[in-house]
Design a protein around this ligand. Structure first.
Ligand code: ZN
Length: 311
């Protein structure tokens, strides 16, 4: 339980150690880091570990780029819930004169947004979003529904912070279940245990908790209360820095939200249900370095074995 855990070094100290060891590379923007080779090696190996588990379940692998059509996001209702987190893509529109004006302002680091126009693209805030319309386009789901492995995709959340566990762009490893309500709920419950086993098997002191999304504004607080009351979101949490645990994986049960937006139906023609599970890869990698030390060669043998195999 969180209250029994020792307080970890604070966020600034964890960040300083990671940067000094060359594991995280500052770019000058808060929450935007390059990754050193050991950090990246651990991240990729964790991703492979999750993939191998999904494969055994017959997951269908689908991959999408880290941008989606703006209209998809508008349909989902993202702007109502998370207007503060979205990264919208703008691009230049104009002639030579406007371009010269823009360049002049930019060269002096002044506001050069006057000739920038909103495009039809936004940065993807959750790796599962493109999966729902793609599957809906196939027609009714097969009996029993399907299980999609959406890989580890970069996602963007506009929340600049000095907390090394709160990045603006990071890899989210998402798996999505679409089908009849019973099969979706059973899948979520199975993965809840698996995710805990997986993270504890890597030596992380992981715990499970009910959670709610950071919905925006006053109506958002009601949405969050609702989400908790109906137990639609769970998180696996680990101590990384400071005295509060950090969520490293989250389970979202959307009921028929995405299905009604995109017309996803079960084999019987009923509205489908969906759920997703996302692992925050950089957070898990950071948690491993904080827990086991900055030198991967010194990590406990059972952890090394799980990540790198016995050879
Ligand atoms: Zn998702």
């Amino acid at each position: 339980m969180a209250e029994l855990r020792a307080t970890m070094p604070d966020q600034a100290e964890v960040l300083r150690r990671m940067v000094d060891a060359g594991l995280l590379i500052p770019t000058g923007a808060p929450g935007v880091f390059g990754r050193g080779s050991d950090f990246e090696d651990v991240r990729v190996r964790f991703e492979a570990l999750v993939e191998s588990i999904g494969k055994n379940d017959g997951a269908e692998a689908l991959r999408f780029p880290p941008i989606i059509p703006r209209q998809q996001l508008e349909d989902i209702g993202y702007l109502k819930s998370f207007p503060h987190l979205l990264g919208t893509i703008f691009a230049f529109e104009g002639g030579e004169e406007e371009a010269a004006e823009q360049e002049d302002l930019a060269s002096r680091h002044q506001d050069w947004s006057a000739h920038q126009r909103m495009t039809d693209l936004v940065l993807i805030p959750a790796a599962c979003y493109p999966v729902y319309p793609a599957i809906a386009a196939r027609g009714n789901l097969p009996a029993g529904g399907i299980f999609v492995d959406a890989g580890g995709t970069y996602v963007f959340r506009r929340e600049p912070s000095d907390d090394p566990a709160r990045l603006q762009m990071f890899h989210q490893r998402e798996m999505i279940r679409l089908g009849e309500p019973e099969s979706v709920e059973a899948w979520r419950d199975m993965w809840r245990d698996r995710a805990l086993d997986l993270l504890r098997g890597l030596g992380l002191d992981a715990d499970f908790d009910l959670a709610s999304d950071p919905f925006f504004g006053r109506s958002g607080r009601m949405l969050a209360a609702n989400q908790r009351e109906q137990a639609l979101k769970f998180e696996v949490q680990v101590m990384i820095a400071g005295s509060e645990p950090t969520a490293v994986a989250s389970f979202n049960y959307h009921q028929d939200h995405f299905a009604s937006v995109f017309g996803l139906r079960t084999s019987d023609g009923e509205m489908a249900h969906t759920a997703c599970l996302g692992f925050g890869e950089e957070r898990i990698t950071l948690a491993l370095f904080v827990t086991h030390g900055l030198d991967v060669a010194q990590w406990p043998e059972h952890v090394r074995e799980r990540l790198w195999g016995t050879s």
